[in-house]
Design a protein. Structure first.
Ligand code: ACO
Length: 317
């Protein structure tokens, strides 16, 4: 089976920084509670003129520029999000128009909440094979600040906005594995009976925590087994950045080296489908990703859903 290689990333953060101190003035909380329970210190919120689509377009432009490819090289554009400004046009179609991607290629959104980026990458992998294409543009983007009840301290401290984009190449003889799953449950809920209904995010935090600490190590082990790799072969494990304690549980459970697990929730909070590609982008920007490195990306979240992917970082063409 052919696998995906990561060629380049892009990222976009909205204009408003919201610190724990800012939230303390809004709800009955404290910096101490938020940092010790979650590891989050600040998050970014969209300003009036920003939304998940504007962030996606900026991140996608950057990823394309870094990839060394042209719009014509891209065989499909897939966006993972649960906070698109409109049900249609999809964010992927907005990206297609803004970047001038060819019209005879598919562009669509997928919603698998915080696992969305892995679902989107898996979809791109399948589509590249179906369409006989070589390169895919995959984006994760969210404007969760638009979906939160600002008076609910159990959720408003957790989430943030942002976007990350990745250009993948379908290649022969590369280490690659994907696992995906779902368990229908109302433990995390956002939006109402119609897609345009803006009922805010609610969450059974404890149930989600238990689900996450059981799912993450299992997903990681599955992609390692399927690609006949071990933890020692991985340069990085890039988990969904919901909560520092969830990642610490996973490290402990696997007796893993903590420095392999990238963390950035202190600066971004939980950005759902955007969290893994934002992390990949930061890592590329700061020189932590080197060509030939093997990475595992693990997502879990609303649905409930989960997804794991093992792949190599190649760098630009
Ligand atoms: N500030 C101060 N106190 C708070 C806050 C807050 N922001 N939020 C809750 N509390 C209080 C509670 O009311 C409770 O008080 P009580 O004991 O008097 O009832 C106390 O703090 C403890 O609350 P718990 O819910 O037990 O706190 P817990 O240690 O479980 O941490 C948390 C909560 C951080 C939400 C944790 O459960 C968690 O991280 N869950 C996973 C969330 C997640 O990963 N979601 C990802 C998917 S999201 C998606 O897909 C869209």
């Amino acid at each position: 089976m052919k696998g995906l290689r990561l060629l380049a990333t892009g990222g976009a953060l909205p204009g408003r920084v919201v610190t724990n101190e800012d939230l303390r003035r809004q709800v009955d909380t404290s910096d101490e509670w938020i940092t010790t329970r979650t590891g989050i210190r600040q998050r970014y919120y969209c300003t009036e003129n920003e939304d998940a689509a504007t962030l996606a377009i900026t991140a996608a432009r950057q990823a394309m520029a870094r990839s060394g490819l042209t719009a014509n090289d891209i065989a499909c554009c897939i966006v993972a999000t649960l906070s698109a400004p409109t049900a249609t046009p999809s964010i992927a179609c907005r990206v297609q128009a803004a970047l001038g991607l060819p019209e005879d290629r598919p562009a669509f959104d997928v919603n698998a909440a915080c696992s969305g980026f892995i679902y989107a990458a898996a979809t791109a992998h399948g589509l590249l094979t179906t369409l006989d294409g070589q390169y895919a543009l995959v984006i994760g983007c969210e404007a969760l600040s638009r979906m939160m009840d600002p008076t609910d301290r159990t959720t408003c401290v957790l989430f943030g906005d942002g976007a990350g984009a990745a250009v993948f190449e379908l290649a022969e003889n590369v280490p690659f594995a994907i696992t995906l799953g779902a368990r229908g449950s109302e433990a995390i809920r956002a939006g109402g009976p119609a897609a345009c209904d803006t009922a805010p995010i609610t969450m059974d935090g404890k149930a989600v925590f238990r689900f996450a600490v059981e799912t993450m190590p299992r997903c990681l082990q599955t992609v390692l087994d399927r690609s006949q790799k071990t933890l020692a072969d991985l340069a990085w494990v890039v988990c969904h950045q919901a909560n520092s304690r969830i990642i610490d549980h996973c490290i402990k459970h696997l007796h893993a080296e903590p420095s392999k697990f990238y963390k950035n929730m202190d600066r971004h909070g939980n950005t759902s489908a955007a969290s893994i590609p934002i992390a990949l982008h930061e890592m590329e920007e700061s020189g932590l990703l080197r060509p030939g490195q093997t990475l595992a990306c693990i997502g879990f979240g609303g649905g409930l859903t989960w997804g794991g992917m093992l792949l190599t970082y190649e760098g630009r063409k």
